[in-house]
Design a protein around this ligand. Structure first.
Ligand code: NAP
Ligand code: GDD
Length: 323
């Protein structure tokens, strides 16, 4: 039985990845930071909370990362833990750098020193492209991050490449474009909108306040994207891969899809609130997933319409369980 250690197991991707690996017969260890309340709601919604062996630790505490690797001796380690909200990274830039940047080195050092055959996955991001240098962003597109989060993640990406080249670790970096699901955190724009559309439909609120709705994102379904993470670690050679749909859509259009799903016009309910504008914006992201298609045999299978419908329906069910 293969063993996998997942940091960020209580997050959106951690939950779907744990579900995927359990389904493949893995023994799954979840590395999680202590919080004052139980953070396992996603694992509970998927019905897998009791199937994961939890190992307490924090990415900002290298000793705890080392202990987790010594204790579990994983065949595969997926580093999904992060301060993942771009907006917060301007308010907590040093914390973000610590978790999202140095935390990656803590993982790589632990593997290098006590478990060098462990295969490693780093959760890199399309935010690293930031102010885009090519219309379709691929593995060879130059980076230009536009947020403290993007800058920290760029360090995490390059240290992964560096440890692969320096110490011949099987370390891969997945450059994933935005991916969403019913388990998405409520502060991210898709879930904020699907939750609001459901609440407005049920008469629980009247409006939703948003920032820059002209921004464009390449949105896919998280359930599809965790499959790509796993595929990367099954390859003989470690490498870097862009994972994306190859389609980009405005926040505005995403709002239209969500509100139309419940028979409403978004224009009557969306209010622009400048407090949600960011100090520097990523105007557009559009990925070129050709390498992942060719080498991993991976492609996105869920359209934005299907994804948003799935999310609105899940929010309606949460708010009105008798539906
Ligand atoms: P998420 O839902 O915000 O989950 C992040 C996870 O990291 C949570 O379990 C969180 O635990 C944990 N975490 C935070 N600080 C930590 C620390 N100091 N030590 C250990 N764990 C910590 O994020 P996600 O959407 O699943 O994304 C997973 C990863 O992919 C992240 O690294 C993210 O930056 C990256 N990524 C995401 C996307 C996307 O569109 N979703 C795209 C590209 C890359 P708490 O909840 O207890 O804080
Ligand atoms: N969150 C949020 N809230 N975003 C808004 C709002 C709002 O009220 N109004 C407009 N937006 C715009 C943001 O300015 C941004 O251009 C876009 O909607 C998407 O914002 P988020 O959903 O917060 O995602 P993100 O693109 O900043 O970051 C996500 O994707 C990255 C990959 O590109 C996160 O999941 C990151 O962790 C991930 O790396």
């Amino acid at each position: 039985m293969k063993k996998a250690l997942i940091t960020g197991v209580t997050g959106q991707d951690g939950a779907y990845l744990a579900e995927l690996l359990l389904g493949k017969g893995y023994e799954v260890y979840g590395f999680f930071p202590r919080r004052s309340t139980d953070t396992r709601w996603r694992l509970q919604e998927l019905g897998i909370a009791d199937s994961i062996r939890m190992v307490e630790g924090d990415l900002t505490d290298p000793a705890s990362v080392l202990q987790a690797v010594i204790k579990t001796q994983p065949d595969e380690m997926y580093n999904l833990g992060a301060q993942s909200f771009v907006g917060t990274s301007w308010n907590q830039p040093l914390f973000t750098a610590h978790v999202d940047g140095l935390g990656v080195t803590a993982c790589l050092e632990a593997i290098r020193n006590v478990s060098p055959s462990t295969r490693f996955y780093q959760a890199s991001t399309s935010e690293m492209f930031g102010s885009i240098q090519e219309a379709h962003q691929s593995e060879t597109t130059p980076f230009y991050p536009r947020s403290p989060y993007g800058v920290a993640k760029l360090y995490g990406h390059w240290i992964t490449v560096n440890y692969r080249e320096s110490f011949r670790l099987h370390a891969s970096s997945g450059i994933l474009f935005n991916h969403e699901s019913p388990l998405r955190g409520i502060e991210f724009v898709t879930r904020k909108v699907t939750d609001a559309a459901a609440r407005i439909k049920l008469g629980m609120q009247d409006e939703v306040r948003l920032g820059n709705i002209d921004a464009k994102r390449d949105w896919g379904y998280a359930g599809d994207y965790v499959e790509a993470m796993w595929l990367m670690l099954q390859q003989e050679q470690p490498d870097d891969y862009v994972v994306a749909t190859g389609v980009t859509t405005t926040v505005r259009e995403m709002c239209r899809i969500a509100f139309e799903h419940v028979g409403l016009d978004y224009q009557a309910h969306v209010v622009i609130d400048p407090s949600y504008f960011r100090p520097a914006e990523v105007d557009i992201l559009l990925g070129n997933p050709a390498k992942a298609n060719r080498i991993l045999g991976w492609r996105a299978t869920t359209s934005l319409d299907e994804l948003i419908a799935m999310m609105v329906e899940a929010d309606l069910r949460r708010l009105s369980p008798s539906r």
